[in-house]
Design a protein around this ligand. Structure first.
Ligand SMILES: [Zn+2]
Length: 327
């Protein structure tokens, strides 16, 4: 189980939350907002654990309620999650969980209701929840968790205390990932790939990292027009790979532009060596031009232009930039 300390740097209010819950001074509804992977759900569980803890230094982690919370088996923790395969949270789901919460606390203490991806609640579901928030049942605390607070009804937001969560800066994210057992090299790559959202970094698997290396190798190997066709052939059919290809290139170019404007070289090992070569040979203007081509390609794909045409346009630009700045 995590501790509040593990999320240092992701929210300015962790200490306050811990104290409020330990002393029973918490409000009854919280809105945790921030990008995916910044610790919102884990911190909500920690708050609930703190409220339910029977130990002295809450959360003690060893008392019965703490252990049941850590194992996810505490009967007074209720969760609203989108149903499998469904894009929204229906009013029936919300009503069902609220009825559950309405009954007496199993352990005689605080009850917690955690709603993940709260933005997925339909307007009816939100209105149903709103009624409950307005007449909050005694001893119940609500956590609404979202990366899109704008999708919630203003009436809901105004009933909650909003706590914002943020990505970590690069060094802090890297250190956290190393503390979680990543090698230094992988921690650095994942910290960059996730832009400091540690939870997202933990989802990055070897296949994703390999695709990133592969894409940057393929694209930045195109030194002249004759190199284009073989690369196009490799990206023909796989729709998911096509989408990721453009995202990977967008990120790679952003990193190149950041490095160049700071007078640095592209960090070793983040992308294929061919990408490092491109960044070393082509000036900032060439990175900007290529970045514009990638954005244009994204727009083309969004309006149903064939991926091959979009990629070809990018590859042509790569070869042109190499030609313009002879190595
Ligand atoms: Zn405890």
């Amino acid at each position: 189980m995590n501790s509040f300390e593990d999320f240092r740097g992701q929210s300015a209010h962790l200490e306050q939350l811990r104290n409020d819950f330990a002393q029973g001074q918490n409000v009854h509804a919280y809105l945790f907002s921030g990008p995916r992977g910044t610790g919102k759900k884990s911190v909500a569980r920690l708050c609930a654990m703190t409220a339910m803890c029977r130990g002295e230094h809450k959360p003690c982690g060893v008392c019965g309620p703490c252990r049941r919370m850590a194992a996810g088996t505490h009967p007074d923790l209720h969760e609203i999650v989108p149903e499998k395969g469904k894009q929204s949270i229906s009013v029936d789901v919300v009503r069902g969980v609220i009825e559950e919460v309405g009954v007496q606390s199993f352990e005689g203490g605080v009850k917690a209701l955690l709603c993940q991806q709260a933005e997925k609640m339909t307007p009816q579901a939100q209105n149903c929840l709103l009624k409950t928030l307005e007449e909050a049942p005694q001893g119940t605390v609500f956590f609404l968790i979202t990366d899109q607070p704008g999708a919630l009804l203003p009436t809901i937001v105004s009933r909650c205390r909003t706590v914002r969560f943020h990505p970590l800066d690069f060094e802090a994210a890297k250190a956290r990932l190393m503390a979680l057992g990543e090698t230094e090299q992988n921690a650095a790559v994942k910290a960059r790939m996730s832009e400091g959202c540690v939870g997202q970094a933990l989802e990055i698997d070897a296949a994703k990292m390999e695709l990133r290396r592969q894409v940057t190798q393929d694209v930045f190997s195109v030194r002249n027009a004759a190199d284009i066709m073989p690369v196009l052939g490799q990206y023909k059919d796989d729709k998911e790979k096509q989408k990721q290809t453009l995202d990977i290139l967008e990120t790679a170019l952003r990193d190149m532009m950041l490095a160049k404007s700071a007078g640095r070289t592209l960090e070793r090992g983040m992308y294929a060596p061919q990408a490092e070569d491109y960044a070393a040979l082509v000036p900032l203007s060439g990175c900007i031009a290529l970045s514009a081509a990638v954005l244009k390609a994204k727009k083309m794909c969004a309006s149903n232009v064939a991926f091959a045409s979009a990629l070809e346009m990018i590859l042509l630009k790569v070869s042109e930039e190499y030609a313009r700045w002879p190595w």
